[in-house]
Design a binder for this molecule. Structure first.
Ligand SMILES: [Zn+2]
Length: 340
């Protein structure tokens, strides 16, 4: 047993040495270690991403060996990202671009023009690792499931025709810790292939992250197991995977991407749904004007609470990370749905 401990200590020291060489800046110390990677000096591996949840994963796995750029600035809504010529150049110069096709059309275009599309050597398209499905939830607009708020088979395609046209698949995989963990694994694989020298560090970072996400999943399962109400009424349809994972049904005021003012007919439908299903809390988002949600709440006597889809860091989440915001979301849901 003592020898095993010695081994563990030795393994822990190696990444630290590699780290010291990597960030040292004067390029003299690490020429021996760097070996086949053609970057003998301080320039860290640059990863370009388009949204905070991807940025956070890349940073957690890459640690000090990577420089992660998020093209969506904190407080901005990522769905309608627009890229400046400088941003396009950043995509072109990246050592790795990690993106989700369909989430941000401008980034899709830049990846195609600058990096040869999803199959490019320095590109990781993460949607294929996330097991994306058609939007899940109750499609009250079409009328076929307005009265079955507890029908969790609603993920069989009901949601696909509910009036938004932002692609066929729900991109919001990060709100489901299990899907998020799968994507973390894909990022680790790609990063390890591109930077073999630091692969062991990435593996260590991944296993710590996986543990945290597994714990988070367990806490959501336990925390949402017994709720008085399982219908969640949200501002935009970001919470379908979360709802599906934990036995909830999502009704979104707008579609997969926030789209400005919904029409009065839609607001009336949601209002009817809230009354019919005794929904007591309407969820708003930090980056969406809460006026419509507040109108529905006032008309029905429901309260409002902020549920964060974690698409960007915002004023209210500044200084927190994904895990902390998810835990705040869990508390908000437990309160809003009457969970015990
Ligand atoms: Zn969204």
């Amino acid at each position: 047993m003592p020898s095993r401990r010695t081994l563990a200590v030795t393994l822990a020291v190696i990444p630290l040495l590699a780290l010291a060489g990597c960030g040292s800046g004067d390029g003299t110390a690490d020429s021996g270690q760097a070996g086949e990677t053609a970057t003998p000096t301080a320039s860290r591996f640059t990863i370009v991403t388009g949204a905070y949840p991807v940025e956070w994963l890349a940073q957690r796995i890459g640690g000090d060996h990577v420089n992660v750029v998020n093209l969506t600035k904190p407080g901005a809504e990522p769905h309608d990202l627009e890229l400046s010529p400088q941003d396009v150049a950043t995509v072109a110069d990246a050592d790795l671009v990690i993106y989700e096709q369909g989430l941000q059309p401008a980034l899709d275009d830049a990846v195609t023009s600058e990096q040869g599309g999803p199959q490019g050597a320095k590109v990781l398209e993460i949607g294929k690792s996330a097991d994306l499905t058609a939007p899940q939830g109750t499609s009250i607009g079409a009328g076929h499931s307005a009265d079955d708020g507890h029908d969790h088979s609603a993920d069989d395609g009901h949601g696909a025709d509910d009036g938004h046209d932002h692609g066929d698949l729900d991109p919001h995989f990060w709100l489901d810790p299990i899907r998020y963990e799968s994507v973390a694994r894909a990022i680790y694989n790609q990063l390890g292939n591109l930077d073999q020298v630091n692969k062991q560090t990435f593996a260590t970072n991944l296993s710590e992250l996986s543990r945290e996400l597994t714990t988070l999943d367990g806490d959501f399962s336990a925390g949402l197991r017994q709720c008085q109400n399982t219908s969640i009424v949200t501002a935009h349809a970001a919470f379908g995977y979360l709802a599906g994972r934990y036995g909830l049904t999502q009704v979104a005021i707008t579609g997969l991407a926030p789209e400005g003012e919904p029409d009065p007919a839609r607001i009336a439908e949601v209002t009817d749904y809230v009354r019919a299903h005794n929904v007591t809390t309407i969820y708003t988002e930090p980056l969406i004007n809460p006026a419509v949600a507040k109108t529905v709440a006032q008309e029905t006597g429901a309260a409002t609470a902020v549920l964060d889809p974690i698409e960007s860091l915002t004023d209210s989440s500044a200084g927190q990370d994904y895990l902390q915001i998810m835990r705040a979301n869990l508390e908000t849901l437990q309160k809003g749905q009457g969970c015990s």
